[in-house]
Ligand binder design. Structure first.
Ligand code: NAI
Ligand code: 13P
Length: 365
């Protein structure tokens, strides 16, 4: 059988980091073609005083100076800015875009190969479809008309690119594809465990970004480890309530995989959602989320705020707000001007001086 061609669709922080792992595996396993294509959403960059396209700079230097600076990828990783060329010949498509860009990207691309398979690494992209909760992998499945697996885990991109040990969870229904896809991702520093609970894996990946906003609010209020641990515990519980409401068959064991508790922990300590939520509180209401994203992420994208907005109408439509007080509070702090210390149920009448930011910028709903 001809070796399978692989394309990574997306070249942000995670797209580039996972390309380092995949490229190692396409080189050592003969069932894959060694060259790895990465679709690069092209843009003009200025690096050391020289202006040129990001893809041109990458193909010459093998460094994505905007989204993963300081890391040189293997020579056989090739950036392709033309989406039609990037996906047209691929047998395996790895989706790693901020979820808001998925529909337009698919609209712009041509046909995909018969028998191709996709894996979504995208955390977010939830919507109600005729009362049912639609996932990003459902959208991909609908538009691409082929099998879509998911890969989620405790995988802060810069740490993965640095070769630090971590784990990930592959959610995949077909036993045949499980084997091939594990081979594509698994290596000594990136251990992959396959399960067949796709909605459980994917929803853990999306919802932990919302909980991470709460963790950032705690950091902005200078609360310590006990409070953050409580928030993580309650967050995990609410993730489970939410997921089970829509997918009663989601497995308990999924929450103990890397995609569950491990991703929640790493994101609540080291993620961008946490970082921006801390800045939101410290700005005392003076900066919008868009401004914070621009100031702190250098072109990378926040996913937790969008996901919080996506699940809010879903929670309301399904009468879940009371069952999910933490998710509700996170939404209200992020978008309704609720005081950030509402993140913990503190005793009524506690003196204002006990709080780091009680200077009147947030009303006390
Ligand atoms: N960065 C991380 O540590 C991790 C991220 N993820 C997930 O991976 C997904 C992708 O995130 P990152 O790779 O971090 O991206 P990123 O936030 O670092 O970069 C933004 C990406 O969006 C692209 N872009 C900007 N405008 C676009 C447009 N109009 N159309 C298409 N693309 C456009 C940029 O070229 C860039 O590749 C997200 O769902 C995220 O939650 C998952 C695990 C780890
Ligand atoms: O998903 C992640 C780690 O697994 C990264 O989270 P952030 O998007 O908050 O950085």
């Amino acid at each position: 059988m001809a070796p399978k061609r692989v394309t990574v669709v997306g070249s942000g922080n995670w797209g580039m980091a996972i390309a380092t792992i995949i490229a190692t595996n396409t080189e050592r396993h003969p069932e894959f073609e060694k060259d790895l294509t990465v679709w690069m959403f092209d843009e003009e960059i200025e690096h050391k005083g020289v202006k040129r396209k990001l893809s041109v700079h990458f193909n010459e230097t093998k460094e994505n100076v905007k989204y993963l600076p300081g890391v040189t990828l293997p020579r056989h990783v090739i950036a392709e800015p033309d989406i039609k060329k990037a996906v047209g010949n691929a047998d395996i498509l790895i989706w790693v875009l901020p979820h808001q860009f998925v529909p337009k990207t698919i609209e712009n691309m041509g046909p995909v190969k018969e028998g191709a398979v996709s894996v979504s690494l995208i955390k977010g992209g939830l919507e109600l479809e005729g009362g049912k909760l639609g996932l990003c992998s459902d959208l991909l499945r609908k538009l691409l008309k082929h099998e879509v697996a998911v890969l989620m885990g405790a995988n802060v991109a810069n740490e993965v690119a640095a070769g630090q040990f971590c784990e990930a969870t592959l959610g995949c229904k077909s036993a045949e594809h499980q084997g091939t896809l594990c081979k594509l991702f698994d290596c000594l520093s990136f251990r992959v465990n396959a399960v067949d609970d796709i909605p459980g894996v994917e929803l853990c990946g999306a919802l932990k970004n919302v909980v991470a906003l709460g963790a950032g609010f705690c950091d902005g209020l200078d609360y310590g480890g006990n409070t953050k641990a409580a928030l993580i515990r309650i967050g995990l519980q609410e993730m489970k309530i939410f997921i089970r409401h829509f997918y009663p068959d989601a497995k308990d064991s999924t929450f103990l995989e890397s995609c569950g508790v491990a991703d929640l922990i790493t994101t609540c300590f080291g993620g961008r959602n946490r970082k921006c939520a801390e800045a939101f509180v410290r700005s005392r209401g003076s900066k919008s989320w868009d401004q914070i994203e621009k100031d702190l992420l250098g072109g990378q994208k926040l996913q937790g705020t969008l996901t919080a907005q996506e699940i809010w109408p879903v929670m309301k439509a399904h009468g879940l707000c009371q069952k999910l007080p933490l998710f509700t509070t996170i939404y209200e702090i992020a978008f309704n001007g609720k005081a950030p210390w509402g993140i913990v149920k503190l005793p009524q009448g506690m003196p204002a001086s006990a709080f780091a930011v009680d200077d009147g910028f947030f009303d006390k709903k």
